[in-house]
Design a protein around this ligand. Structure first.
Ligand code: GSH
Length: 213
């Protein structure tokens, strides 16, 4: 059987969620860790915006969007039902992921690299991020995880970005008025899937022996 190849960059939040979903689905996948500044031709050939993660499924099929990779993985095998009955969690996650990937991510980048956006202060950009944090915190007051008492596709898709946010100013985050969000982030960071996705690997070079997820 053909074995898909995941091109990934360790600290990229999109890569983390794709890696976790593929690992969870137990699909055999080859992992190739790459550097953003030196993406291999295999990625450039199939990824329209030259980004990772990129999943090359076979010579005719590939995916360059992490959310698509997650859904692809879970549709093959979803042992703990992260998609929910009739994919209800996937449907509920769609608008949340859109908000995360578009407006929250833009504000997060400005908060993280505030010196590159001197029109406003770092504090201002953090404030822009906070409306999303507040919304998640409210959801997490209702359930232990975003959509239910257990992990769903929504948690895995979103927490890598909250992790990134939390690390910009760890002291501020730890003292912020979002205690359930802080607790949820810890739960997600303690999952075995995150542990696997965040393992350090040597950068892939053509000719290397296959490394599997
Ligand atoms: N919409 C894409 C976004 C992926 C993305 O932006 N990845 C970043 C790394 S975090 C990237 O590859 N950037 C290329 C670069 O910085 O050269 C997805 O969901 O997979």
């Amino acid at each position: 059987m053909n074995i898909p190849v995941l091109y990934s960059f360790r600290r990229c939040p999109y890569c983390i969620r794709a890696h976790m979903a593929l690992d969870y689905s137990n699909r055999k996948v080859i992992l190739r860790t790459v550097a953003l500044r030196n993406l291999p031709v295999e990625v450039l050939a199939v990824s329209p915006h030259a980004t990772v993660p990129t999943l090359v499924i076979n010579e005719n099929e590939s995916m360059a969007e992490s959310w698509d990779i997650m859904k692809w993985a879970l549709n093959q095998n979803d042992p703990e039902n992260w998609l929910g009955a009739n994919n209800v969690y996937q449907h509920k996650a769609e608008p949340l992921v859109e908000l995360n990937d578009v407006s929250f991510k833009q504000n997060l980048d400005k908060y993280k690299y505030a010196e590159r956006f001197p029109e406003q202060s770092m504090k201002y950009y953090r404030g822009r991020c906070e409306s999303f944090l507040e919304a998640l915190n409210i959801m997490l007051q209702e359930n232990k995880f975003l959509l239910a008492e257990r992990i769903s596709i929504a948690d895995v898709a979103i927490f890598p970005f909250i992790r990134q946010f939390s690390m910009v100013d760890k002291t501020w985050f730890d003292e912020s008025p979002y205690p359930v969000l802080q607790h949820w982030l810890k739960l997600m960071l303690n999952t075995l899937w995150f542990g696997q996705a965040f393992k350090k690997h040597e950068l892939w070079q053509a000719g290397d022996e296959n490394l599997y997820l």
